[in-house]
Design a protein around this ligand. Structure first.
Ligand code: GDP
Ligand code: MG
Length: 442
């Protein structure tokens, strides 16, 4: 696994403060191999690695993680991002029925998904209807009927024994039927072929044109690996895709197809099919998929725990300080900035939370350059100055500016910010009911 391969690099990286370009290159090579082994298509791997290196170079210094763990964390975060972050819900038509068309190769799991989706939507209070527009295989209609019965939803199909019908006409009739019978969602199952095929694509496009779907879900078998790119491209260009469903995720596929399909279609992966039963269905979880692709769930949870532990320790230290009546110092201020920095984009969210509003300016200011500057300034102070900034008269400020390669203005700004933060910490101490900090004295 990737963890095994990286353990050698980990050993060499131990004790280093920041990642060198050579470290990044070596680690990136291993990750590239891991992605290829997980069946991510080569062009997708290439662009991913490129992005990854960019980000690793500018990586923040983490106090909690060693450099190798840091890289893994970045890789994981980038993967989650590429896999679509939080994903998206189904789009419903303003004027029912909502039409969901399924497309994909034969055996991809479309018909099975149709039943799962119907059951899922019925559970949400909808009145879905299934449409058998796969008239290619003799028992395709019957398969859908069995699934529909199990899900307890109506299946619209040509009369049994009516011979080979026209799937486009069936789809068209189905929409009319749904309108008359107050079905608010129509799920159209279509025919696939074993390979990409012009006739299949033309038929799918014709069904799309008569049904005017709100969603065209491209169903792809997670096991397909390297073929994922070509297949997704064909359906993207031939039918148009609004969302992706990964099927057979219960198998041992590493899931590289997910990354490829996501990149090629630019559309979200919305659902995961995880077995033959109707209940084996879930919304797609990018973070789980990222762990699976990397094949290092254990390492990732270790990283998460390490960070959590570190944060806990920081918090405890801070609480102990406040409880002990000690004041918030410049050292604490720096720790806090570093912590905010580590949170990355989350800090934006944090800034929107009530009570955290005061931190907004601080947070907005926290970029690498700013942090380097603040770090340099604080490191140039004597321990006494760090605990008691009131000592900082004009001559001391000049000395520190010279020592840290900054200006007196920078120092003034830092002290202003720090004083604000200190005030806030005192208020928080007060809220915690600490004596002598503005809390109720009795
Ligand atoms: P279609 O040709 O795209 O309609 O594919 P089907 O829905 O008929 O599925 C093809 C085969 O794969 C059937 O035997 C299904 O039972 C099986 N299948 C579909 N989805 C899954 C899944 O998520 N997991 C597993 N293990 N099998 C699946
Ligand atoms: Mg089918």
């Amino acid at each position: 696994t990737l963890s095994d391969r990286l353990s050698g690099i980990f050993a060499q990286l131990k004790g280093k403060g920041r990642l060198s370009d050579a470290d990044i290159d070596r680690t990136a090579r291993e990750i590239r191999m891991a992605l290829l082994e997980a069946d991510v298509a080569l062009p997708v791997v290439k662009s991913f690695i490129f992005q990854l290196k960019e980000r690793a170079r500018g990586a923040e210094v983490s106090k909690a993680l060693n450099p190798a763990q840091q890289v893994i964390k970045i890789v994981h975060e980038e993967l989650v991002l590429v896999l679509g972050g939080e994903g998206r819900r189904l789009q419903f038509a303003k004027q029912p029925p909502t039409v969901i068309m399924l497309a994909g190769l034969q055996g991809a799991g479309k018909t099975t998904l149709a039943g799962k989706l119907a059951l899922h939507l019925k559970g949400l209070g909808h009145q879905p209807m299934l449409v058998a527009a796969d008239l290619q295989r003799p028992n395709a209609v019957q398969q859908l009927q069995v699934l529909g019965e199990r899900a307890g939803v109506e299946v619209f199909a040509p009369e049994v024994g009516s011979g080979v019908g026209d799937p486009v006409q069936v789809a068209k009739d189905a929409i009319e039927h749904a309108k008359r019978h107050m079905r608010d969602i129509v799920i159209v199952d279509t025919a696939g072929r074993l390979g990409i095929d012009a006739e299949m694509m033309a038929q799918a496009a014709a069904i799309r044109d008569v049904t005017n779907p709100d969603e065209v879900l491209f169903v792809i078998d997670a096991m397909v690996g390297q073929d994922a790119v070509a297949t997704a491209e064909a359906f993207r260009d031939g039918v148009g895709i609004t969302g992706v469903v990964l099927s057979k995720l219960d198998g041992d596929a590493r899931g590289g197809a997910a990354l490829s399909v996501r990149q090629v279609t630019g559309q979200p992966i919305m659902f995961a099919s995880t077995g033959e039963k109707l209940e084996d269905f879930d919304v797609f979880h990018p973070d789980r998929m990222a762990s699976r692709i990397l094949g290092m769930g254990d390492m990732l949870s270790l990283i998460e725990q390490t960070e959590k532990l570190f944060d806990e320790e920081q918090k405890e230290k801070m609480t102990a300080k406040l409880m002990g009546g000690q004041d918030f110092t410049l050292e604490d201020f720096l720790d806090q900035l570093l912590a905010v920095r580590r949170m990355g984009p989350i800090s934006n969210l944090l800034a929107m939370m009530p009570g955290m509003n005061q931190m907004k300016d601080q947070i907005a200011e926290v970029d690498d350059k700013h942090l380097d500057k603040v770090t340099a300034i604080i490191r140039s102070m004597t321990p006494g100055e760090r605990t008691d900034p009131k000592l900082l008269n004009a001559s001391r400020r000049t000395r520190i500016a010279n020592g840290s390669g900054t200006s007196v203005t920078d120092i003034n700004q830092l002290i202003t910010r720090f004083t604000e933060a200190q005030k806030m910490m005192r208020q928080m101490g007060g809220m915690m009911g600490l004596p002598g900090r503005g809390g109720k004295s009795s």
